[in-house]
Design a protein around this ligand. Structure first.
Ligand code: PGA
Length: 256
């Protein structure tokens, strides 16, 4: 973390879990403790149907609500899709883009990720763009090439003043939901490289300002060490974000 230059952001990714009726009790538990959070931003990325309930439950707190996907189109005949303007109007402030589960199960390409990123920025949402390598890519030594390519494609054509508003989440696919976490050194190496891509595409200021999260089995036991790395500015948390106590423990680690 480096709070002098950039925000620390802890985001929970609930994925397709919980029910709308679970939001209020979860929020009560989180609100009771999260009032003390001063040094990091906290986001709950809920399933789309739960966004209104989450916005209501977290009103007047420092906890923001995010979505897990967004359409690259503005409006029109795209049955089942949700636009960035609709998310924004419903009260969402953030949106996850290009999560590996969407790339893997829904065929989301780098070009689609770029389109979604543009749509989110246009609507004033803060995008959390996910990148990450598979286990075989890591084992064959091409992780950094993969990540550089994913970040560059995502940012293609995005001007510097907009790039500053983006959060990148480094999520090694082999670490997601597996209990296998990247070591702090592995995560730092990639997050540092992502910052270098920003430096190359924009400038040192943009690179210094971008928040880069780590995601993949982050939990109360490993959060503090991961977050102590200079280029890791927060976490995107799946499984552990479904348990208010675990999420609070991670928030506390980021709030130190
Ligand atoms: P995990 O998920 O924390 O359950 O590994 C992270 C994510 O997919 O965002």
């Amino acid at each position: 973390m480096n709070r002098k230059y950039r925000k620390t952001v802890i985001a929970g990714n609930w994925k397709m879990n919980l029910l709308p009726s679970d939001v209020k009790p979860f929020a009560e538990r989180l609100k009771a403790e999260a009032g003390r959070v001063k040094f990091c931003d906290v986001v709950i990325c809920a399933p789309a149907v739960m966004i209104p309930a989450a916005v209501k439950a977290f009103r007047d707190t420092r906890i923001a609500v995010g979505a897990q996907d967004v359409s690259e189109h503005d409006a029109g005949a795209f049955t089942g899709e949700i636009s960035a303007a609709q998310l924004r109007d419903a009260g969402a402030k953030y949106v996850i883009i290009g999560h590996s589960e969407r790339r893997q199960y829904h065929g989301e390409t780098d070009a689609a990720v770029n389109g979604k990123l543009r749509a989110a920025l246009e609507a004033g949402l803060t995008p959390i763009v996910c990148v990450g390598e598979t286990l075989s890519q890591r084992e064959t030594g091409v992780s950094l090439d993969m990540i550089r390519a994913q970040v560059k494609s995502a940012l293609y054509g995005i001007p510097a003043e907009k790039a500053r508003k983006i959060i990148i989440a480094y999520e090694p696919i082999w670490a997601i939901g597996t209990g296998m976490t990247a070591t702090p050194e592995q995560a730092e190496e990639v997050c540092g490289e992502i910052r270098a891509v920003f430096r190359g595409m924009y400038d040192a200021r943009a690179a210094r300002a971008v928040t880069i999260q780590y995601g993949g089995s982050m939990n109360p036991a490993n959060a503090a060490e991961l977050l102590s790395q200079p280029d890791i500015d927060g976490g995107l948390i799946g499984g552990a974000s479904l348990d208010a106590e675990k999420l609070l423990a991670i928030i506390n680690a980021a709030n130190q």
